[in-house]
Design a protein around this ligand. Structure first.
Ligand SMILES: [Zn+2]
Length: 331
């Protein structure tokens, strides 16, 4: 089964590029840039990855990215991840990027976008990995800042596929960002948003109604609301579920208790993703393997999930056709 899951062409729709920063690279970049970290070794960084909920994780996440200073750093960060992903049979990665977190510490948008852009072109060329980019707004920051970021990103609109909404969910409902998402829509950008991870089902409904999203990131709390589940099913709304992330952030205590099987049973359009793989105990393959162990899913189930991701991905139709063929070859 491991060989099958590794060979399965996996498209990753929910990944934060800053969340791919492994302790080894964090230490190397800290040294290269003369950034002082409160850790003396890779082991100490790993030990610090002992957060208990979304907020304690976010504190560590923002501290870790302090080592990212130059375009080269961002290129190295993304290439480091793309290589690992390609090794696990990932064929397409859609990266969320959080520019506000970098702007706030004096790193220019151009530095971030140029570094990531170079890595994306290299991934295509060197690894046969297609990529897409999602400009994410930090929802615990003011709405005007999101709008301002979108305008500042004008030189990069062409390279963006969507806008997204991430960071601390509770108390920051989707409607707060109605204007920024309207503007993104006017620019022809797709919209996605984190909703229903720690926040209530109403946030999912709001993301659909107010932000007009084409995908909901996480969405696991939809099960608390049968009317919402019926709507998500009828609209075939894509949910990007992140099992190991939910486990690590204590959305569930054991993976066996995860709502994924119930969501599958309800006929929802599900995909499996890694979210922040450096922090949550594994990449795409680990997430697939963990689901196999916890739920005993058959090949057929995994083929279905992989197919959902390929169909929902931001990619050219030529690439989609190619990946459909590769998926069919796994049957
Ligand atoms: Zn996420």
């Amino acid at each position: 089964m491991r060989d099958f899951l590794k060979a399965l062409p996996k498209a990753e729709l929910h990944l934060h590029i800053e969340g791919t920063l492994e302790p080894e690279l964090m230490m190397a970049l800290a040294e290269r840039n003369g950034v002082r970290l409160p850790y003396a070794s890779v082991e100490e960084v790993r030990a610090a990855y002992d957060f208990s909920d979304l907020q304690s994780f976010l504190d560590l996440y923002f501290q870790g990215m302090s080592v990212l200073r130059t375009a080269q750093d961002f290129e190295d960060l993304a290439m480091d991840y793309f290589r690992r992903a390609a090794d696990e049979g990932v064929v397409h990665v859609e990266l969320h990027v959080d520019p506000q977190a970098h702007l706030a510490r004096g790193v220019e948008l151009a530095t971030v976008m140029e570094g990531l852009g170079r890595a994306r072109r290299r991934a295509e060329r060197e690894l046969d990995l297609s990529t897409a980019m999602i400009l994410a707004f930090l929802r615990d920051r003011p709405a005007e800042e999101a709008l301002d970021l979108l305008e500042r990103a004008a030189p990069y609109w062409e390279t963006l596929d969507a806008v997204g909404l991430d960071s601390a969910e509770v108390g920051n409902p989707p409607a707060k960002f109605a204007e920024a998402f309207r503007r993104a829509s006017a620019l022809g950008l797709a919209r996605v948003a984190h909703a229903g991870e720690e926040g209530p089902p109403d946030y999912i409904r709001e993301a659909l109604d107010v932000l007009d999203v084409c995908r909901v990131d996480h969405g696991v709390r939809c099960l608390e609301d049968p009317t919402l589940v019926a709507r998500l099913r009828d609209e075939a709304m894509v949910l990007t579920v992140c099992p190991l992330s939910n486990l690590r952030l204590r959305v569930v205590e054991r993976l066996e208790d995860h709502p994924l099987p119930a969501m599958l049973e309800a006929g929802l359009n599900l995909t499996l993703n890694s979210d922040d793989p450096a922090y949550f105990g594994g990449g795409m393959l680990d997430n697939f393997l963990a689901c196999r162990r916890a739920f005993g899913w058959s090949r057929e189930v995994f083929l279905g999930l992989a197919s959902n991701a390929i169909e929902a991905a931001f990619m050219s139709e030529a690439r989609r056709a190619e990946l459909r063929e590769r998926l069919a070859a796994c049957r």
